[in-house]
Design a protein around this ligand. Structure first.
Ligand code: G4P
Ligand code: NA
Ligand code: NA
Length: 189
């Protein structure tokens, strides 16, 4: 069992047998020491892939993505859910459907931060149905850059996100893989 799994057992709270509340260290209050360890683990796992950029989605992917970027020495691009008035450059967007929220939203990146020479590592806090990651893959495809891997902090393996990404030939590494949250108990793979 790794430090993240231990922390999930210690501080995670299961809601309705399908949602894991981790607001004590990841989604609301953030533990930088844990995030640093996660960054080290992602960096080690993907170090051979000659990553040039990391992409995540605001907001909870940012902390693990930045620590990974620090160690790999590459920039971190944060896909925006709401475009701001300062985003005056040419933009690339993808539509994402959230099963949890039952609504569509758009994620957007400035084109100037990606080129066809880039080897991208996608980092996110959760992998559930994979819709957010698929949206980032769409953006990378449109920008003609290669996706070298996906790093996930917590994978809910009882949902089909991993399968959807694997079907596209994507190399996924999840630091914690949850087999079940049934009976409000966390069971790892
Ligand atoms: P998907 O991308 O895998 O299809 O996920 P989905 O739309 O179902 O998830 C929507 C949001 O809920 C995402 O965060 C995702 O990270 C988060 N999420 C999914 N399952 C869980 C869970 O069991 N526990 C927690 N804590 N979060 C979960 P978001 O809305 O983009 O929020 P944030 O990144 O700003 O925190
Ligand atoms: Na997220
Ligand atoms: Na989240």
């Amino acid at each position: 069992m790794n430090v993240l799994e231990e922390r999930i057992l210690q501080d995670g709270v299961v809601l309705n047998g399908e949602v894991l509340k981790v607001d004590a260290f990841l989604n609301h209050q953030i533990d930088p020491v844990l995030m640093q360890k996660i960054g080290e683990e992602f960096a080690a796992r993907f170090t051979d892939k000659k990553i040039t950029k990391i992409i995540t989605i605001e907001s909870s992917g940012i902390a693990p993505a930045v620590f990974t970027g620090l160690i790999l020495g590459v920039p971190v691009i944060v896909a925006k859910k709401n475009t701001s008035i300062t985003m005056t450059d040419s933009l690339v967007s993808a539509n994402v459907y959230s099963f949890t929220k039952q609504q569509h939203y758009t994620i957007t990146i400035s084109k100037k931060f990606l080129s066809s020479d880039d080897h991208v590592l996608i980092i996110d806090d959760f992998l559930a149905n994979g819709q957010a990651a698929l949206g980032l893959l769409d953006i990378c495809e449109e920008m003609d850059c290669s996706v070298s891997g996906v790093g996930i902090v917590i994978e809910k393996s009882f949902q089909d996100g991993r399968e959807k990404l694997t079907d596209k030939g994507i190399d996924i590494y999840s630091m914690a893989r949850i087999k079940s949250l049934e009976n409000n108990t966390v069971t790892f793979m």
